[in-house]
Design a protein around this ligand. Structure first.
Ligand SMILES: [Zn+2]
Length: 145
């Protein structure tokens, strides 16, 4: 019985404030990249300029590694992040995934920036983008009703 109480205490000690102790080392960059890009492109790469669906294995591999690829049809260069909210972002995939998780958990900007090793302004900018998109979505819903 006493043993159970001790282990309960250590579980509480371990889990108290665990969200504030989380950082980007808890997640794998490769996994976050694959997961994010497969979410963006569940049925494989499509050229954002001419719409060509590309099935060449080498191309697909580069595409899901977020490397620039050249469309064999229209000749334009693009990445798996082209046309997504990640276009132009300088954050790593794991920084983005952990940041979005912590934003959704309503963590303060300063805590998030420390945990993902980015500056406060970067996190503020992402929070503003999310708010703006949420407002636009609500206005769009209101317009339909
Ligand atoms: Zn193309």
């Amino acid at each position: 019985m006493e043993h159970a109480t001790k282990s309960l205490k250590s579980l509480i000690a371990f889990s108290t404030g665990i969200l504030g102790r989380l950082n980007i080392d808890f997640v794998d960059e490769e996994f976050c990249r694959q997961w994010t890009l497969k979410t963006f492109h569940p049925s494989g790469p499509v050229c954002p300029f001419c719409g060509l669906r590309i099935i060449d294995n080498g191309f697909v591999e580069k595409f899901y590694r977020a490397i620039s690829v050249k469309c064999p049809h229209c000749g334009k260069w693009f990445r798996a992040t082209t046309g997504t909210f990640l276009e132009g972002s300088h954050l790593s995939f794991r920084q983005v995934v952990v940041m979005l998780l912590l934003i959704e958990a309503n963590q303060p900007t300063e805590a998030i920036s420390q945990l993902i090793r980015a500056d406060n302004e970067t996190v503020r900018r992402w929070k503003r983008r999310i708010k703006t998109e949420q407002k636009q979505k609500q206005q769009f819903k209101g317009a339909i009703q």
